[in-house]
Design a protein around this ligand. Sequence first.
Ligand code: G3P
Ligand code: CA
Length: 351
Amino acid sequence: MKKLLRILGLIVLIPVGLLFLLIVVMSIISPPRGGKKTAAALQVPYPAVVAHRGLSGLAPEATLPAYLLARECGADYLEADLQRTADGVIIVFHDDTPARTTNAARVFPGRENDPIGSFTYAELTELDAGSWFNEAFPELARAAYAGLKILTLDELIDIAEGGNNNPGLYLETKAPSSYPGIEAQIVEILRARGWIGGPAPKPAPPDPSLNAAVGAPSVNVAATPARVIFQSFDPASVARLKELAPDAPRVLLVSQEIAAEKGWAALVEQAAATAQGIGPVGYLGWPWNIGPAHRAGLVVHVYTINESWQFKLLSRFGSDGFFTDRSDRAVELLGRGGPLDVGAVFRRIGY
Ligand code: G3P
Ligand code: CA
């Protein structure tokens, strides 16, 4: 009987011991909160909650309600992919073509798989960028999503500036080689709107009682030097942004394919030369990747993290921020504000 108990004890103790050892080793490779000082020096919120295409887990990506929800739920940053129309308007749009997230197949039959940049702005205003969401996610559908428009960068800035909370902007140059000069154009718009250059703007600080009414934290990132963060998968675009707006932090994005091609060590070196951060896909957010990035003086913001267990695991591995479709979930998990009354937020924004 004693022997049996000893064997059972070993069966339990060995895995527990190994798990403990693993946690210790991981903590040495990537110490907890290893990027906190770097983030503080940049005045980037820690951990940063980046609303990926707005609160796109509950509303059509990159549309007015998605960004209003993110702002009102207390995201630190509104994330946006920037491209350019055929007549030169900077728009917020992720895909290469309008096929997936608009009704272009009906409005412009045969052109739905054409590059988004081949459409004029006037043409894009004819598109419905919301109804696809109602069809794809009937359980989240809302009548008011039908007919939503593709946003311009100026309209995104209006949203960031238009509420009680003052989130920052986390802007990606998407496929920048297709849009020569887009970096300068983006910087010019941001400069004209007071988001780049000159003294930090002083938006009216959030009224905490308005946020408390829905359980949201107060956010005033727009009043800090890190109010705009640029991001791109294209190192040349990051380098151009460094030249054009040296004071705005930059993040080099890394997909699994790019990491496989170039290797993590080379990417960390490349990021450290032109940026303040590296933005890997979540699958690359291991301690043995995050640790070296921290030691190179970079913050690490991983994408796209939506599930509770992913936030917890990647926090343990040392991630300094999250691109997320569920910024509501992130602010709650991080203990900011909460419990969030998302239904009340929907009513507040009129959807
Ligand atoms: O910008 C971070 C993340 O958004 C990169 O991937 O394809 O969603 O723009 P994607
Ligand atoms: Ca993006």
